[in-house]
Design a protein around this ligand. Structure first.
Ligand SMILES: Cc1ncc(C[n+]2csc(CCOP(=O)(O)OP(=O)(O)O)c2C)c(N)n1
Length: 659
């Protein structure tokens, strides 16, 4: 193995040697702890240390790195205190996730590290967002994100590279090509020879390095980082290497052809670098032994510290409270009494505009949202006022953009992401439910993201442009959901969602955009999240609904003038307003829940169950529910009308009234 020292002096080379040794020595200890049952799982980086260490040394300390499961060397080279690292592995409090996530699944802003989630590929879009923030703030910084060769088969890899290429984001995508993804060889993973062939397809530069050669990795990453600091753009670096041990310790290496481990062992990054330093008389055997024993000593002390620490205590309140960043809502009332008659769609636009003025760090992203104004024209005119940097047309890649939104939050910015239709959120589902929703609970990182969801049926748009998707997210801890039914709430709730630093899904019904008009205050104001509103009051029964359901219920109550109902518009679905619901049922003794979503597993099921459990003594009738049929949303008008619950709701309402 040839080493090119370029301008590195002996003391720098020795320091690099120490950095390279440390993860190997730690891993040796971890294998013992694993056998003793002190840690639960271990993903080996054995033989791949030069990539983690070389790449980290090549970045400046304040540049973000997003490591993967074999990158212990990134954490050690960034000088994450070892006792905290070991506490993290053991699920103890002085780790980085209060025992809530394992091994390398954590970030530390102090160390400019954003750890992975288990889902391969999800980190790549987040790196785009971090780099976008640098670009918007005019900071000349590179961001480095790692992917394995196997993980690069994920769609997220394509999306993130493409997005970075189109936006010329200063990201280094470093592929650790160890030729295997768990037991699957490259030949069953992809059909190109090397990853360097991929760059040109995306219009980005590529480099290749011997991943077992510390100095080659270091120089390659350093040159790439310097290039993109000066001229922002993504660069793909492929580092060729091999994983000497199994995927994780329990899974073995039986699938490797005979002789492969021996062949690669000759290319071991540590022994080769050590021999080179010894040949150059920079390192002696005694010095090498002294460094190893000093590092081993440090490791043992840190392990002892972590071992001595108490096991984490389970406190339910703490667990639940950490789901969201604590936030004291400040309800802003309009400064003046001035009002405009606005359609639902205009109210959303106005809220967005006023929030963009209020928060210079807010970026809006979505498909066709800039000059075109979005398919529903919600963002019309915004690009003229706020410019292309803040009103960003995106390629068609929901996952990367949602990942980028989280990346912006990591950099202290705010993001609103428009789904062109709520249906397409499926293509970004992972980023929402696994990354954005869990971020605060796992490592205390804000996900200051609002996802706008043009939703709902009744417009003859068929199964893929009409779905109600709120229940998917209602079930996911860590997301707040608002769903206004009128222009006043649409503006106030959007402002409130953007103001709050927690992640929100904001549902806006397409059929309301141009059909509902209201007098809406001209000034900025917010509507309290988590507060339902009485649309009408009555003694007979309680209707609990939201979105289009509010209008269906109003229409039917108008038809049935013998029914006097409390009509409760939930407005917020997470957290939904139990107090108002309970208060109303105590008075009426009867409750029916209506929603446009399919009946089974809809939000009504949860609310009905809660009423059954907590309002039982107030009830004079069974809790009833109505929702859409349990089928996809059909296209033809008669089928769609039949699918939607309005008519069935009328019958149920009469039944409940007569009970
Ligand atoms: C989305 C997703 N699918 C499957 C897995 C399970 N899994 C974890 S690591 C791994 C292999 C990854 O291979 P590669 O990206 O080449 O990295 P390496 O383990 O070789 O370093 C698999 C299949 C996962 N974590 N995420």
């Amino acid at each position: 193995m040839k080493f090119d020292i370029k301008k590195l002096n002996p003391s720098e080379l020795l320091s690099m040697y120490r950095s390279l040794l440390l993860p190997r020595l730690i891993e040796d200890k971890m294998l013992i702890l694993l056998r003793q049952g002190k840690i639960s799982k271990w993903f080996s980086g054995y033989g791949q240390e030069a990539i983690s260490v070389g790449a980290t040394l090549a970045m400046t300390e304040d540049e973000y790195i997003l490591p993967m499961h074999r990158n212990l060397g990134i954490f050690t080279t960034r000088q994450v205190p070892l006792h905290r690292l070991f506490a993290q592995f053991q699920g103890k409090v002085s780790g980085f996730t209060k025992g809530r996530d394992r091994s390398f699944h954590f970030g530390s802003k102090e160390h400019h590290l954003v750890g992975m989630i288990s889902h391969l590929g999800a980190q790549l879009g987040v790196a785009d967002g971090i780099a976008l923030a640098h670009q918007l703030k005019g900071q000349q910084k590179a961001t480095l994100v790692i992917s394995g060769d196997g993980g690069a088969s994920e769609g997220d890899f394509h999306e993130a590279l493409n997005l970075a290429a189109v936006w010329q984001l200063p990201v280094i995508f470093l592929i650790e090509n160890n030729h295997w993804g768990l037991s699957t060889p490259s030949s069953e993973q992809f059909n190109m020879k090397t990853f360097t062939q991929k760059g040109p397809g995306y219009g980005i530069q590529t480099r290749q390095a011997d991943g077992n050669n510390l100095l080659e990795v270091y120089h390659t990453v350093q040159e790439a980082a310097e290039t993109i600091r000066q001229q922002p753009q993504p660069i793909l670096i492929e580092c060729m290497t091999f994983r000497i041990r199994g995927h994780e310790e329990a899974s073995g290496t039986k699938y490797y052809p005979e002789g492969l481990i021996e062949e690669w062992s000759k290319k071991d990054p540590i022994s080769n670098f050590e021999s080179f330093l010894k040949d150059k008389k920079i390192l002696s055997e005694e010095k090498s032994e002294a460094i190893k024993s000093e590092l081993n000593q440090q490791i043992s002390e840190a392990i002892n510290l972590a071992n001595e620490e108490e096991l984490v205590k389970a406190e339910t309140n703490k667990e639940v409270n950490d789901l969201f960043a604590s936030y004291q809502p400040k309800i802003t009332i309009p400064k003046s009494r001035r009002k405009n008659t606005l359609r639902f769609v205009d109210a959303i636009s106005e809220g967005l505009k006023q929030s963009l003025i209020r928060y210079p760090e807010l970026v809006v992203m979505g498909q066709d949202i800039a000059e075109y104004g979005g398919v529903f024209k919600v963002t019309e005119g915004l690009v003229e006022t706020f410019g292309k940097n803040r009103i960003r047309n995106t390629p068609i890649c929901e996952s990367a953009v949602l990942g980028a939104a989280l990346g912006l939050s990591i950099q202290g910015m705010k993001a609103v992401v428009e789904m062109q239709f709520a249906d397409f959120v499926t293509c970004g589902f992972n980023q929402i439910v696994n990354n954005i929703a869990m971020s605060h609970y796992r490592w205390g990182q804000l996900a200051d993201v609002v996802v706008r969801m043009p939703t709902g049926a009744g417009v003859g748009a068929g199964p893929y442009h009409s779905q109600s998707t709120e229940a998917w997210f209602f079930h996911t801890p860590g997301l707040k959901i608002v769903y206004p039914s009128n222009p006043y709430d649409a503006k106030g709730l959007l402002n409130a969602a953007i103001e709050e630093t927690n992640p929100f899904l904001y549902f806006e019904h397409k059929a309301l955009y141009r059909s509902k008009t209201q007098n809406v205050p001209q000034d900025y104001y917010t509507v309290e999240v988590g507060k339902a509103k009485y649309i009408s009051k009555g003694e007979d029964l309680t209707i609990i609904t939201y979105g289009m359901g509010v209008h269906w219920a109003m229409d039917i109550l108008e038809e049935l003038d013998d029914i006097e109902a409390d009509l409760v518009d939930l407005r917020t679905l997470v957290p939904w307003d139990k107090t108002t619901v309970e208060q109303s049922i105590k008075k009426t003794g009867k409750a029916i829940i209506l929603h446009e979503d399919n009946l089974t597993g809809g939000i009504g099921a949860e609310i009905a169950a809660w009423i059954g459990e907590y309002c039982f003594l107030s009830l004079d009738a069974p809790v009833m529910r109505e929702g859409s049929l349990d089928t996809p949303v059909p296209f033809a008008k008669r089928l769609e009308d039949n699918f939607l619950p309005k008519n069935r709701f009328k019958e149920k309402l009469i039944e409940l009234h007569q009970f």
